[in-house]
Design a protein around this ligand. Structure first.
Ligand code: ATP
Length: 511
């Protein structure tokens, strides 16, 4: 099945099973805003716990924070967001659709990559075991031609971004013959800058009200609390502050479901280090974060690092962790070496000293910062994309979310075989015993087969069936989601079997 079809099915599946709903749906929805349903909220919380505990519990020198969304408006002046948090936008005059100019060009680069990969795949099939991919890429004329196009475009694109040359971005789009996916035409407007921050008014009267912004990142809440946390927590450099919270961006192009939203949640950690050591720490956090992603077991080859074409105004190194979504490799997380830019700016704008006295060096300095920044929603989409499977069985297909058990919203479903003979009561007893440790679901409706399918569809790793034998010997059948194998086990052992499979400790052991 084409990857796009799989993605469409995934979106429909998320709705049908209570994972993600369009916001304000009964009023025809609100663009790029989504709500999480009864299953979605559980998965989201589990993802957040995985991140939070891996940061705050596993690192002695990382502590948490929960800062307000509303902040003093000067913060956004100091951070550079008022002047520079822009995206280059372009409109197609025929379809009246708006696009991000940089995204159109990135898609074009991806097309060249795809062409090269197709050639490689075809050749690999033809030559079998003796295939030498490196040699093929270096010699095949079609691959070389596309590589040259890619290189040229990439250089032009990077230069245009770094020079903030909007006319050149438009020229690239024209020269590459990029068409609007809706109208198919090349009738483009000029490229313009568009600030992504939402603003609102704070204060009760129109005259007394002042314009404030909804934060476009959680990081600034950490920076402006740096001294509070450092002093009250007696933190010694290097140390980190972690935060999970909402962020808002008035995204121009809101496509691909929860990949790009206007209201979303971020998990950010700012790590404060001695100046001059930041690039070593940048490398360390790159390794740590990649391990965190790969520990979920979705296949190491599905992740890669991507160097930024253009460094943000505050960074001296930046890399993205990308995952192979059904629509290609895309960013899930950014790791940035932000230098001392933010703290120095806040020193200047607030007039307060933001320094660290380093007892080992006997001097004070503005710390440098390495940041790891990941979107909860994008991580959610990564997890469900990687977990969604259509298993071909002998007679039919089953749709199953092969979620890592530790992240699954429901850990076990308990099902009485029939609705009589004391089996429902027995099933309830099991739930009463386990519900403080695991999210359980009771299900007595329809045939056992149908009930299994329902649990597969929401990703429940264990189904426990209570039958007549249970009344005699206190054993049940446990059925494993991925293998569909069934086993007879003692009720008394359920807690241990499930506990081991869904423990965060087990997952952290892989970090
Ligand atoms: P992009 O290039 O995709 O716009 P970005 O480089 O601006 O993203 P950052 O500012 O580095 O993103 O934000 C860090 C993380 O926050 C991203 O890796 C992503 O997971 C998440 N994120 C950013 N913007 C959005 C959004 N509009 N919707 C959902 N998640 C987002």
């Amino acid at each position: 099945m084409a990857q796009e079809d799989i993605f469409k099915k995934l979106v429909a599946h998320c709705k049908e099973y209570g994972y993600v709903f369009q916001s304000s749906e009964i009023y025809d929805g609100l663009g790029a805003v989504y709500d999480y349903g009864q299953m979605g909220v559980e998965l989201k919380n589990n993802i957040k716990k995985y991140w939070w505990d891996s940061m705050v519990k596993l690192h002695e020198n990382v502590v948490g924070l929960d800062s307000a969304i509303f902040m003093h408006p000067t913060i956004w002046k100091a951070s550079g967001h008022v002047d520079a948090f822009n995206d280059p936008l372009i409109d197609n005059k025929d379809s009246k659709k708006r696009y991000r100019a940089d995204v159109l060009i990135e898609d074009q680069l991806a097309k060249y990559e795809e062409k090269m990969n197709k050639e490689v795949k075809k050749a690999a099939k033809r030559f079998g075991e003796s295939f030498d991919e490196k040699q093929f890429r270096e010699t095949n004329p079609r691959v070389l031609a596309n590589q040259e196009k890619w290189n040229n475009l990439h250089t032009r694109f990077s230069d245009a971004l770094n020079d903030n040359d909007l006319a050149e971005l438009k020229k690239i789009i024209e020269d590459e013959g990029i068409v609007c996916p809706i109208s198919g035409s090349r009738n483009w407007t000029d490229v313009r800058q568009f600030n992504l921050m939402f603003s609102t008014e704070m204060g009760s009267t129109a005259e007394g009200a002042s314009k404030i912004f909804l934060r476009p990142e959680t990081a600034q809440g950490i920076f402006v609390n740096y001294l509070n946390v450092q002093k009250t927590g007696r933190m010694k450099i290097p140390f980190g502050i972690a935060q999970i919270g909402k962020a808002f961006r008035n995204e121009i192009v809101a496509r691909q479901f929860i990949f790009r939203m206007r209201e979303f949640e971020q998990m950010e950690m700012q790590f404060f280090v001695r100046p001059g050591t930041e690039l070593d720490w940048f490398e360390k956090w790159k390794t740590t974060r990649m391990k965190w992603h790969r520990a979920l077991g979705f296949g190491d080859d599905n992740y890669r690092f991507h160097e930024h074409e253009k460094l943000a105004h505050y960074a001296n190194a930046a890399v993205d962790v990308e995952y192979k979504f059904p629509f290609g490799f895309k960013e899930v997380e950014g790791i940035h070496s932000r230098t001392d830019f933010d703290l120095s700016q806040h020193e200047e704008y607030s007039g307060k000293k933001i320094r660290y006295y380093d007892p080992e060096l006997g001097e004070s300095y503005v710390p440098f910062v390495v940041e790891t920044s990941i979107g909860v929603d994008r991580m959610f989409l990564q997890v469900v994309s990687a977990s969604y499977c259509e298993d071909q069985l002998e007679k039919d297909t089953r749709v199953v979310l092969k979620l890592p058990p530790v992240l699954a919203p429901v850990k076990l479903a308990v099902m009485p075989l029939v609705k009589k003979d004391g089996l429902p009561e027995k099933a309830r007893e099991i739930i009463d015993d386990l519900k403080f440790d695991f999210n359980c679901q009771y299900d007595e409706k329809d045939s056992i087969g149908k009930r299994y399918r329902r649990q597969d569809a929401i990703g429940t790793p264990f189904c426990v069936t209570v039958d007549h034998q249970t009344n005699e010997d206190n054993t049940v059948t446990i059925r494993y989601r991925d293998t569909m194998q069934q086993e007879r086990v003692a009720i008394a052992d359920l807690g241990k079997i499930i506990g081991e499979a869904v423990s965060y400790k087990g997952l952290f052991g892989r970090l």
